[in-house]
Design a protein around this ligand. Sequence first.
Ligand SMILES: C[S@@+](CC[C@H](N)C(=O)[O-])C[C@H]1O[C@@H](n2cnc3c(N)ncnc32)[C@H](O)[C@@H]1O
Length: 273
Amino acid sequence: MDGLDRWLSRSWAGAPQEYQWLLLQTLATAASRRAWIASWPGISGEFVLDLGCGPGVVAQEIAVLKSCRVIGYDIDANVLDLAQNINRLFDNQGRVKFRLGDILEDAGKQEATLALVRFVAQYVGDLDRFFLRVHEHIQPGGYLAIEDIDDGYLVEYPEPPQAWQHAVRAFQTHQNHAGDRYVGRKLAEAGTRAGLVLEDLTTNPSVYAGPMTADDLSVQFDIDRIGREVPAMIRQGLLTEQEWFEARSQYRATFPHFTYISTATVRLLFRVP
Ligand SMILES: C[S@@+](CC[C@H](N)C(=O)[O-])C[C@H]1O[C@@H](n2cnc3c(N)ncnc32)[C@H](O)[C@@H]1O
């Protein structure tokens, strides 16, 4: 895993913009995620699917930690190119492979002993359809592991200025067209409704308390990811250009200060009866 960590710290900043934050998050949370993966039940002849695998870093971790074959599945051919490059770099082509496909459309063949779906459920919209489709990929007696976000765990102190909070709310409303920032809390109920048995549910907190400046990465990322969507938010009438400029400058002006910020992901393990 040291090689993977070295690659992540060297490469996240040069990755396509939409994957930089994911790769950095993947590096920052590596230890607890690997402990989680190692804790998954062992099943003989293990064959794991990583559905919506993205760059496939977690597929690499699973292959090593569970000594198994992994197939990463994703709808985006470009991200699978990146995943293939990483795979070649770590010489894992023998046990990690990738397939292009849509997990909401393609029928599964009950191939996998376990399927992981990490940071994908927030984008699917219809959780009933999601669970139905994902279920089809897993053998009876197998498992489904899910990790996703819930912004209810987001605490920032001191609170950012009202103008910034308004921009963040506009961004969340805008995101809801494509992404549900509160999906974490909904997964246990939706999965159980789909006939799965909930075996385990944990939250995985991540906390920073310390000095923060306007140049810090997390501040930059927040400004960038909202900034990129501003033209679309203006078109939707969620925010005006003036409000955005005001929000950004007021937010920047609060730094430097001592910050407490905590977030958490939700991790679930379901058994397929
Ligand atoms: C935020 S990334 C997470 C990637 C990876 N699971 C990880 O944790 O590093 C979400 C990924 O889900 C993929 N995705 C979204 N909807 C999908 C669908 N319907 N079928 C397959 N992949 C999908 C996207 O292309 C993207 O690569």
